[in-house]
Design a protein around this ligand. Structure first.
Ligand code: ADP
Ligand code: MN
Length: 177
């Protein structure tokens, strides 16, 4: 599977937990007809993990199992993959990579509203402050396929949808021979 084989792009939506990946992905799936894959749910459903980490309150991802599972799903293109990390995937999986970023105090409130423990809230807000996911994104993908978008307000989310749709359209145009 190489980038040029796909006529329709695969889109990765990434960002710190709480930045709005799932909300944006659902909306994007509705307007594009693309299929939304919530990686966290897939990992649980198909047991693509090596058990639960009590200390970090999360599943221990089995990257090989996850990527084997995704590989087949992504061949055709037209998928929106929603995950808080992006360095686990091979570069060839994605044609468009969207990084969402949120103001720290807004992010704090969203995670608190979700009922996260204080530890988990702090961990994630620090992750956003340190721009951990942003660094991962730029280390893992070519700059020209990355779109970095603010995700503080609903207006921005709507604007983001338009930006991503345009990127999808131009990919499809460039790959229709
Ligand atoms: P993630 O999937 O990245 O963890 P969610 O999509 O679950 O984030 O969003 C977390 C919370 O933030 C939800 O309550 C959602 O309604 C809200 N939210 C998401 N995106 C925005 C946005 N652009 N503006 C305001 N609130 C948002
Ligand atoms: Mn989510």
């Amino acid at each position: 599977m190489s980038i040029s084989d796909r006529k329709i792009p695969n889109v990765l939506i990434t960002g710190t937990p709480g930045t709005g990946k799932t909300t944006l992905s659902e909306l994007l799936a509705t307007v594009t007809g693309f299929q939304h894959i919530v990686v966290g749910d897939l990992v649980k459903q198909k047991e693509l993990h090596d058990g639960y980490d009590e200390e970090f309150d999360t599943y221990i991802l089995n990257e090989d199992k996850l990527n084997d599972e995704l590989e087949d799903m992504l061949v055709e293109g037209g998928k929106i993959v929603d995950f808080h990390s992006c360095e686990v995937f091979p570069e060839r999986f994605f044609d468009i990579v969207v990084l969402l970023q949120t103001d720290n105090s807004k992010l704090y409130k969203r995670l608190a509203a979700r009922g996260y423990s204080q530890k988990k809230i702090t961990e994630n807000v620090e992750c956003e402050i340190m721009q951990v996911v942003m660094e991962e994104v730029y280390d893992s993908y070519k700059e020209e396929i990355i779109i970095r978008l603010p995700s503080d307000t609903v207006e921005q989310m709507e604007q983001n949808i338009s930006v991503i749709q345009e990127k999808i359209e131009s990919y499809i145009q460039a790959h229709s021979a």
